[in-house]
Design a protein around this ligand. Structure first.
Ligand code: PMP
Length: 425
């Protein structure tokens, strides 16, 4: 595989951008190579500046659930762009998008559009604090909720691969209201509620953790979180930036049958353009300015081009419920392939999969929490990553990210991917 153009661009990029990238995981740091610069993408495929073609299982880290550059989405985006890129004023389309989100996720009785997942979670937490009058928030070790100050504590995603679960530059005072519990460990949550009685505004959780690799909630864990928050007058915030419209159209809350007080969305909701959203119970959302005292705003919030992409994407997903069973079957096939590969090669591999999300961890342990995820052999992951890349399969350049199956992946591609995973091609 030639990557001359990427190498040249990387050298240029490093002079003007930290690490040559605009988001750390893109730097390919943990897989021992320099990043590929992408020039275009269509359907399940992406192409780099050297014109190498890859089957893409990163899918822009989630948004590209329909595959890249789906015609109907591109059409509405093009039309919207011609009508003006931004007005900083209300539009009909943002009302339509908000109504559709609320219809698909009925727990979001009222919501607000923002421009990223980070903003969505940051704002939801402000709303929770404003509503409850309490300051403390529980998050789980290894979960990632964007890069706002108070949430970069024991964070997952690239913060994990760069061995920086806690960021420099975050004043202690900003993070001392962030309490850390262990995913799937009920007692760690109980202990915090006991110790900080009456001070906890809420729990924020990825209902399926997908930023320490994919880690499923064990039976009743999410129900337990629902109960303990109710018992303690605290709010339950589901961060569905990854799981929203992916685990099922109604997200993890529909999949597991739990009603959170607040939900945060990103990625798919913008159909590839920058949108985030947060919302939930009306009485909580009525705290948001201009109705209430919790301030939150944005010049580009509800951007007309982005809302066109998001609305069309959600409409297509709603009209095609079969996508969910098809994506799940393909993800299951890949998960079983990894398991077979583990058995035959003698390599210790543990696979977690739910819906179209999966992760193969290079560890002997069952992966159920941060500690077991972190027992993975990242050097082995790097070897596996490079082997796949050389054969035209693009997976996340990090052990601690999900593999995303989209509606555009064909069975033929999935089966070829499986042969490559097994080392047969
Ligand atoms: N929450 C979760 C669960 C995420 O996975 C991410 C991003 N991967 C975020 C929040 C932050 O979203 P963004 O990168 O759009 O700011």
């Amino acid at each position: 595989m030639k990557d001359n153009q990427s190498a040249v661009l990387y050298e240029q990029a490093c002079k003007v951008m930290p690490g040559g990238v605009n988001s750390p995981v893109r730097a390919f740091g943990s897989v021992g190579r320099t990043p590929l610069f992408i020039s275009r993408a269509k359907g399940s495929k992406i192409y780099d500046e050297d014109n190498n073609e890859f089957v893409d299982y990163v899918c822009s880290w989630g948004p590209a659930i329909l595959g890249h550059a789906r015609e109907e989405v591109i059409d509405v985006v093009t039309k919207a762009a011609r009508d003006g890129l931004t007005y900083g004023a209300p539009t009909k389309r943002e009302v339509q998008l908000a109504e559709l989100i609320a219809e698909i996720m009925p727990s979001m009785e009222m919501l607000r559009l923002v421009s990223s997942g980070t903003e969505a979670v940051m704002s939801a937490i402000r709303a929770a604090r404003g509503y409850t009058g309490k300051d403390m928030i529980i998050k789980f070790r290894g979960c990632y909720h964007g890069h706002s100050d108070g949430l970069l504590v024991k964070a997952g995603s690239a913060a994990l691969t760069q061995s920086q679960p806690d960021s420099a530059g975050v004043p202690k005072a900003y993070s001392e209201n962030t309490l850390i519990a262990e995913f799937n460990h009920k007692e760690s949550v109980e202990e915090l509620f006991e110790k900080y009685k009456g001070k906890i505004a809420g729990i924020v959780v990825e209902p399926v953790a997908a930023n320490m690799g994919v880690v499923l909630p064990q039976e009743n864990f999410l129900h337990f979180l629902r109960e303990i928050t109710l018992e303690n007058d605290a709010l339950l915030i589901f961060d569905e930036v990854i799981t929203g419209f992916r685990l099922s159209i109604g997200g993890a809350q529909a999949y597991y049958g739990i009603k959170p007080d607040l939900t945060t969305l990103g990625k798919i909701v913008g159909g590839g353009m920058p949108i985030g959203a947060y919302g939930g119970r009306k009485d909580i959302m009525e705290m948001i300015s201009p109705l209430g005292p919790v301030y939150q705003a944005g010049t580009l919030s509800g951007n007309p081009v982005a809302t066109a992409a998001g609305l069309k994407t959600l409409e297509i997903l709603k009209a095609n419920p079969q996508y969910y069973s098809e994506m799940k079957e393909k993800a299951e096939y890949l998960a079983n392939t990894f398991r077979e590969y583990g058995t035959h090669s003698g390599e210790a591999v543990h696979v977690n999969q739910v819906g179209s999300l999966l992760s193969a961890f290079f560890t002997e342990k069952q992966v159920t929490d941060f500690e077991s995820a972190n027992s993975s052999d990242t050097k082995k992951y790097a070897v596996y990553f490079n082997r796949l890349l050389e054969q035209g399969i693009y997976v996340a350049p990090s052990q601690y990210e999900a593999m995303f199956v989209s509606a555009a992946h064909s069975w033929e591609e999935v089966k070829r991917t499986a042969e490559i995973i097994k080392g047969k091609l």
